[in-house]
Ligand binder design. Structure first.
Ligand code: ADP
Ligand code: MG
Length: 404
């Protein structure tokens, strides 16, 4: 099955969505090359914004040839001369126009590749044709010489409506059925990366020729799981506390879920008893803080909890375990237990209302409970309710959370 990102490479600049300004800049640079002060353009921006496709689309429209050179080839001076040496030198009157593309220079590292970066700089100085470099992040010091020799052009992240437009076009060509809302949700999730969005669409809809709400939810779950697995891997495998402490930074899961995940997988990774004991000590302390937050809203404890379950657990082992462990989602039983805990509070409160109002608990759960959190948003009414029903701390806490 052909990847849709290949099938739908924009062939003309009209098909390139949301980058009109930069298309004009880049085309001007190529067309007016002989009058330009600088021989190269450095275009940068995050992945999947159309940097590479844009160059090919413009060249295609101008009838130019693209000579693409891999950045790593610059490590070898001879090889690079063979490939572009002649291409850059003569510029005959009748030959086809050319642009030289060095895609993704980020891979060149500062010290090892000093020669490579120099070779590109030299190429820029000597070239009779426009050179185009692309990068995700060109602001590293090692690229300063390349920056000063280039016109810098930024590719902005695509907004979700641009991505929506791209996906919609593909759905129509591929005869994929979709609801506009769901396709929009998919577009938002991609975070400005058209490549990721198209790949998601392909994974979810190509077989069934339909994009459903369910498949979107499936994808959300899968990504969440991927993220938390990466976080666990960082914590369990590293002894560098700086790496460990930021493990959960980009994980959307709430704290309870994080604790459950660690609890579930810790014994599989830490097989030495001393390590495991120390690690559980950290986890149990985190749990104590977690309860205090619930009870007293001491949210500053979150910082300690995070330190305990990341750096704390990472440092509990004497040395890294080499074996590979497949981390598992938290057990269903544990999850049910949590869900029940939460439900139990709700039932307790409903019970109190039922006995005050002489009605059934079941009835109150249905008719009154949904509105109670809303009532709780008003301070005066809240206090009245607390007094009237004689709610305890944990029940108040539960309702406050619901009211947020
Ligand atoms: N602005 C855009 N308009 C339409 N499609 C795009 C755009 N940007 C990216 N794409 C899609 O994503 C794929 C990857 O784009 P590419 O140009 O390789 O991105 P980059 O080089 O910025 O990582 C393309 O094949 C195309 O299908
Ligand atoms: Mg690219």
């Amino acid at each position: 099955m052909q990847p849709l990102i290949h099938k739908y490479i924009p062939k003309t600049t009209k098909e390139l969505i949301g980058q009109d300004d930069v298309v004009i800049q880049l085309r001007n640079f190529i067309v007016n090359f002989s009058k330009e002060k600088k021989n190269s353009a450095l275009i940068y921006g995050s992945s999947g914004t159309g940097k590479t496709s844009c160059i090919y689309a413009i060249a295609n429209e101008l009838g130019f040839e693209v000579v693409e050179v891999n950045a790593s080839e610059f490590r070898n001076a001879e090889q690079i001369n063979l490939k572009v040496g002649n291409a850059i030198k003569q510029r005959s009157l009748f030959a086809k126009g050319k642009v030289i593309l060095v895609d993704e220079i980020d891979g060149l590292s500062g010290h090892e590749d000093r020669g490579g970066i120099q070779a590109i700089t030299k190429l820029i100085e000597d070239s009779a044709f426009p050179i185009i470099l692309t990068a995700t992040n060109p602001f590293d010091n090692k690229f300063s010489s390349l920056r000063s020799k280039s016109n810098i052009i930024e590719f902005k992240q695509l907004d979700y409506l641009s991505i929506f437009k791209i996906l919609k076009r593909i759905c129509e060509h591929e005869k994929i059925k979709y609801e506009e809302d769901i396709l929009k949700a998919l577009s938002r999730r991609a975070g400005g990366d058209a490549r990721a969005a198209i790949n998601d669409l392909q994974a979810l809809a190509q077989d069934k020729k339909e994009l459903t709400k369910e498949s979107l939810e499936e994808l959300a779950d899968r990504n969440k799981t991927d993220n938390i697995m990466t976080a666990l891997n960082k914590i369990f495998k590293t002894t560098d506390l700086k790496i460990a402490i930021s493990a959960f930074d980009n994980v959307g899961e709430d704290l309870d879920e994080q604790l459950l995940w660690i609890d579930e997988n810790l014994p599989k990774e830490y097989t030495k008893p001393e390590d495991l004991a120390k690690a559980y000590e950290m986890l149990s302390k985190a749990d104590v803080f977690n309860r205090r937050i619930r009870r007293w809203q001491h949210y500053r404890f979150l910082v300690y909890i995070n330190a305990l379950i990341t750096a704390g657990i990472a440092s509990a082992k004497k040395e890294k375990y080499r074996q590979l462990v497949a981390y598992k989602p938290t057990g269903r039983i544990l999850k049910l237990w949590w869900a029940n805990q939460r439900l139990a509070k709700k039932k307790d409160i409903a019970g109190k209302i039922a006995s005050k109002t002489h009605s059934s608990k079941k009835e109150i759960l249905k008719s009154t409970m949904p509105y109670l959190p809303i009532i709780f948003r008003n301070k005066e009414m809240r206090n009245n309710v607390i007094n009237y029903l004689d709610l305890n701390e944990e029940e108040v806490e539960w309702l406050k959370n619901k009211a947020k």
